[in-house]
Design a binder for this molecule. Structure first.
Ligand code: FES
Ligand SMILES: [Fe+2]
Length: 440
């Protein structure tokens, strides 16, 4: 079945066909489906493991837990990074408990076996007491594929996986102009949530929910159709361009009256008088492109020069299959992802990172959780609903995630009934099934 969009806009060549498979509730609630994901999905895709900047000296490590699995990424003497499963080859004890750290050796807390930073066993108690001789210098930690892109470290448990840069196609290229490699993480939050990880993947694979769930965005992000541009890639990733510095075309009053707040303030900040745009709010975007080109470099935004006009003012949502979203503006990159719970299909871990470019003289930045210092962010973990905000837009998405999970448990739910603009959801689930049922 190839549903051609009627209203929704897909770029030429990127409206890929879907089969129309039913998307029923079992995939969000069943342990069997979760077991298949653990067996056939997670070990075969690239995972964002951490930031390169977290590793300064040889032996520095960052750990990433994914469901029941755990991987450590360790800085090597030559500056490269190796990744290992976080398990001791003696009797399986988890080696590293903390999220970040550093030492000359990785030491197991059970029988004190010690490993060099390259994973080689260098010390074992009673080395002459092994039937096949001293294992030191021979035994190694189990290694995992590890590559970097931009400021990020990725790993893949599949030794035969495509190189990271090929797997990213074509998004590495599309993201080039932002200069992400020099950006710094200023927010790192996560939360335990009461819904399956795919609930938020679906949410990020459509903008249909914006008018209802995020009405506050309507005056500076244009979520109207056909202004929003969707792309689906053969790699399984997809993207969505939403026009920024424009009010939604779903609301006529925003277009014909005064430039609505907070777009009016944003315009003023770039020397554009909103009074000049009364009755033509849609033109503010172009005026800001010109102002950013003129004033940006003088304000320290050196990264503007390599950006397209679209990148200068719009929101570029890139969703990597299966569970990583980068939402880009020229001044901010939000990393939004959900990861499986170790045992419960009706729970997940939600992560929200924010990266910003370094701008000379800037000491703090305005983000979704208010002003934060332009400095390295410590990890803050909370249980969703305990009063800790993950940013108001993320809070709104998480809140609906909880009630959607409840609704999916009803006998009355017969499967999703999607619009054309939600076709990325359809494709995501079909590709997911192909992995889960081992068809690719
Ligand atoms: S389990 Fe690690 S040293 Fe024994
Ligand atoms: Fe949302």
């Amino acid at each position: 079945m190839n549903v051609q969009s009627t209203v929704s806009r897909y770029s030429e060549g990127f409206d890929l066909p879907v089969r129309g498979d039913a998307i029923t509730a079992d995939r969000y609630v069943s342990r069997d489906y979760m077991d298949l994901e653990n067996k056939n999905l997670w070990p075969r895709v690239w995972h964002l493991g951490g930031m390169i900047a977290e590793l300064e000296e040889e032996g520095d490590f960052v750990r990433h837990n994914l469901g029941k699995e755990s991987v450590i990424m360790v800085k090597q003497a030559d500056g490269s990074i190796k990744a290992f499963y976080n398990t001791c080859p003696h009797r399986g004890n988890r080696l590293v408990i903390g999220e970040v750290g550093g030492a000359d050796r990785i030491t197991c807390a059970y029988h004190n076996w010690q490993f060099a930073t390259d994973g080689t066993l260098v010390k074992a108690q009673d080395p002459d007491d092994f039937p096949n001789g001293d294992p030191c210098g021979k035994l190694k930690l189990s290694e995992v594929r590890c590559e970097t892109w931009g400021p990020f470290i990725f790993y893949n448990m599949d030794p035969n996986a495509k190189p990271l840069i090929e797997w990213m196609e074509p998004l590495a290229d599309r993201l080039k102009g932002y200069g992400l490699e020099d950006w710094v993480r200023v927010v790192y939050m996560s939360a335990d949530c009461e819904f399956n990880w795919k609930i938020i993947r679906d949410n990020f694979n459509e903008s249909y929910h914006l008018p209802t769930i995020h009405p506050e965005l309507a005056t500076f992000i244009n979520d109207g159709l056909p202004d929003t541009l969707f792309e689906m890639y053969p790699s399984g990733h997809n993207s969505m361009w939403m026009k920024g510095h424009q009010a939604t075309t779903r609301n006529e009053a925003f277009q014909t009256g005064d430039v609505p707040a907070p777009l009016d303030d944003v315009a003023r900040a770039w020397g554009v008088d909103p009074a000049d745009y009364k009755g033509r709010t849609g033109d503010v975007r172009q005026a800001i492109i010109e102002a950013k080109r003129r004033l940006g470099p003088g304000r320290g935004y050196k990264n503007y020069e390599n950006m397209t006009d679209q990148q200068l003012v719009d929101y570029f949502h890139c969703t990597f299959f299966p569970n990583l979203t980068l939402t880009m503006s020229p001044e901010q990159c939000q990393i939004l992802r959900t990861e499986p719970h170790p045992t419960d299909p009706e729970k997940c871990v939600f992560q929200h990172w924010i990266l910003v470019p370094r701008v000379e003289g800037m000491t703090e930045v305005e983000g979704p959780i208010g002003k934060v210092p332009l400095d390295w962010a410590e990890h803050r973990h909370s249980v969703y609903g305990d009063g800790q905000s993950l940013g108001f837009v993320a809070d709104q998405d998480l809140s609906i995630g909880t009630t959607q999970q409840q609704g999916l448990n009803s006998r009355g739910f017969k499967g999703c009934h999607l619009t054309n603009q939600e076709k990325r959801i359809q494709r995501f689930h079909e590709l997911l099934d192909d992995y889960v049922y081992d068809r690719i």
